[in-house]
Write a protein that binds this ligand. Sequence first.
Ligand SMILES: [Cu+2]
Length: 308
Amino acid sequence: MNLRTRAAGLAAMLAGAAFSAQAYAADLIGQPTPGGIDLQPANSALAHSAHGFHNAILLPIITVISLFVLALLIIVIVRFNSKANPVPAKFSHNTLLEIVWTLVPVGILLFIAIFSFKLLFAYHDMPKPDLTVKVNGYQWYWGYAYPDQKIDEITSVMLSEADAKKENLPYRLAADASMVVPVGKTVRVLVTGQDVIHAFFVPAFGVMTSAIPGRVNEIWFKAEKTGTFYGQCTQLCGSDHAFMPIQVKVVTQPEFDAWVASKAPKSAPVAAVMAPAPAAAAPAAAEAAPAPQKIAQIDTASKPVGLN
Ligand SMILES: [Cu+2]
């Protein structure tokens, strides 16, 4: 973490510091870090487990195998080149060696599988969900619906460079609307696609699944901290594949309730109570923009096709 922060600072200085990397520095969770080489900080139990699996199991194995192969290569280059070894041996088989180099990799894979399956089961073992969000992938934006809260689909389109700059948000990650979820609650995410295959990927929560038309995939996460967490479509889905970021806002339960109320139909009494407090919750207020205004913000470059 420290190393990465230092590396990020150095990269920003080298780049002339004009880039607003330092502006984000205060809130560098949930998004890529300039100059970063590590995984994004985890914000869910699943992500912590996935990081543990990577750091404690995969990374040491990869390192040992790489060093071992490198050592073999160096030995071959130094000891068995034509100068050092003018008369090569003629044998072509060694039964013991062949058994060893078949069994050792099998053993390594079995060892990895034990931990890998444990993690895989954890991903499929969802606790009783507190909330369900239905995620729809479109060319090239996302839609978030909350069936239990009776919130119809909210479309989320990438912010233009000018808008992102204005709000000091990371361009190509920031969107005009968020998927809003409460902190510390089990969120079930049902993911599907409406045109081609997309993929819903938010690194901080350690979740990724495909958004396939005609099929619903289920993932879940439980956010540990509040904040904004970014992800991206990870399935090549067309010309604007790189321009359909995922923006998840994790808020406290009262903030979430206020946001839900602001999205509820105007006739509902709770909406009337919440409506006159636009400055009460800054993150929620940004989300409360009515749909026509939101569509007006969409820049022409990333204008969605078929936005009813
Ligand atoms: Cu996509």
